[in-house]
Design a protein around this ligand. Structure first.
Ligand SMILES: Cc1ncc(COP(=O)(O)O)c(C=O)c1O
Length: 446
């Protein structure tokens, strides 16, 4: 039996969150940062600072961060090279009344490394970039409807899917209320199930001549089924529909050119944000010339899309990813994490498997569906007590190393034993010291 470990006291942070809720609708700007997404009352809520692989909360507790800024951090927090470049940039100004040559330099870098990139537009985040891509696809084709699979941000074009009840349930959170999205957009964004080319083909036939684009996450935490993306590419060509890969989540972890060089399938457009700039606001939409060029005549325009901090951070970050061979490092790191966690799973007898692609491993608890979320919350709860912040999936960054692996494996050994004991004693509810996590983002693309 394991001893119950007292949690770190986050009462003040929970009180601060209550204050936030009085002032900020929803309490946070991103749903994934709400305490309800972790072990509420046990997990940290407010960070004071972060460096390398770790952050310190406002009560001075240190955590290894396995969420990596919800995927935005790829080199590590406060990376000295990127931050130095940004500081130098700040001293020369962060935005001007005219353009700066860095806009062209970053475009050249993206065109050189991303297979489908011939032209480039910028944005400030993932949802922002997806909305730009959808506008361009609609403008280029003159069609309105979008078929999508995965999560693509908060904008009207996407949340419109839920004007048809429940459409987003398996792609995002269940029961998303589309309040505020114009009802006239109903039927303009239609989900398709990941991995099922026949279902996509049927939808394309059903809406023949009306679909502007297929927007999809090409993968998330598992490799796509053999031949699936090639089939999607073929269908897009047959129906003359623009294929867009949303690479916001996968980013530059698999290769310095994103996922396309690894998958061997080239979309017409791709969207990047998060890990493009190691923690600075930035997004990019890239694509084939024939698809992108008409955007010159569309109203796609915003002041901060060319802010120098994002541009400088992205250019420096992308060159550091290549120089340090970050994808190879993350691949090895992920393999080690899976091997080590599976070893302690075996030792403890806990029914859990560390699986998924190397650069985005995840834990799968082999328990009844009715308690899966509770067991996942127990994991987050017990790991938080041991200084590891995260869900049952791991966003890797290059600052995570041996010390983080050792501490995490030790924490997981105790946590898996705790969970095994709770399962054996049929005491999962009893051992939970917090409400079960609100349904974490649930996507067709894991
Ligand atoms: C695949 C994907 N697309 C779009 C987004 C939205 O990005 P942002 O939160 O920067 O708007 C996310 C964020 O998690 C994402 O994972």
């Amino acid at each position: 039996m394991t001893e119950d470990l007292p949690s770190r006291n986050v009462d003040r942070q929970m009180r601060l969150f209550a204050r936030a809720c009085e002032l900020i609708p929803g309490g946070t700007q991103l749903i994934s940062r709400r305490p309800s997404q972790f072990a509420a009352g046990i997990s940290p809520v407010y960070a004071a600072s972060a460096r390398g692989a770790r952050f310190i909360d406002i009560d001075g507790h240190e955590y290894i961060d396995w969420v990596s800024g919800i995927g935005a951090i790829i080199l590590g927090y406060a990376d000295p090279v990127v931050d130095e470049a940004v500081k130098e940039q700040i001293s020369g100004g962060t935005i001007y009344s005219i353009s700066h040559e860095l806009e062209v330099e970053l475009a050249e870098e993206l065109v050189a490394t991303i297979p489908c990139a011939e032209m480039v537009r910028y944005a400030k985040g993932g949802g922002d970039a997806c909305a730009v891509a959808v506008r361009i696809a609609r403008g280029t084709t003159g069609r309105d409807k979008i078929l999508f699979s995965g999560y693509h941000g908060w904008h009207d074009w996407y949340i419109a899917a839920n004007l048809t009840s429940g459409a987003l349930d398996s792609h995002l959170l269940p029961n998303i209320d589309p309040t505020g999205v114009p009802k006239c957009l109903e039927g303009t964004a239609i989900p398709f199930p990941y991995g099922d080319a026949a279902a996509l083909g049927e939808l394309l036939n059903q809406h023949r001549g009306e679909i502007a684009a297929i927007m999809m996450e090409p993968l998330r935490s598992d490799m796509p089924p053999e031949g699936y993306l090639a089939e999607v590419r073929k269908l897009a060509d047959e129906h003359n529909v623009i294929l867009i890969f949303d690479e916001v989540s996968t980013g530059f972890r698999m290769s310095p050119g994103g996922v396309q060089p690894v998958l061997g399938v080239e979309p017409d457009m791709a969207v990047f944000a998060k890990s493009i700039s190691n923690g600075y606001a930035m997004g990019a939409v890239v694509g084939h010339r024939d698809v992108m060029e008409p955007a010159a005549r569309m109203f796609v325009s915003s002041t901060y899309w060319s802010d120098m901090i994002g541009l400088r951070a992205a250019l420096t970050n992308l060159s550091e990813i290549r120089r340090r061979d970050v994808p190879s490092y993350l691949t090895q790191l992920g393999q080690t994490i899976k091997t080590r966690l599976n070893a302690v799973a075996g030792e403890s007898g806990c029914p859990v498997l560390a699986t998924g692609i190397d650069v985005h491993p995840r834990l799968e608890f082999d328990v009844d569906d009715s308690i899966k979320n509770k067991v996942g919350t127990l994991y987050t709860q017990e790991m938080a007590k041991r200084g590891c912040h995260g869900y049952t999936s791991f966003y890797l960054n290059a600052a995570q190393g041996e010390a983080e692996i050792e501490q995490t494996v030790d924490a997981a050994r105790a946590t898996f034993t705790f969970i095994k004991d709770a399962l054996d004693a049929n005491a999962v509810d009893e051992k939970l010291e917090c409400p079960p996590r609100g349904d974490a983002f649930r996507r067709l693309v894991r």
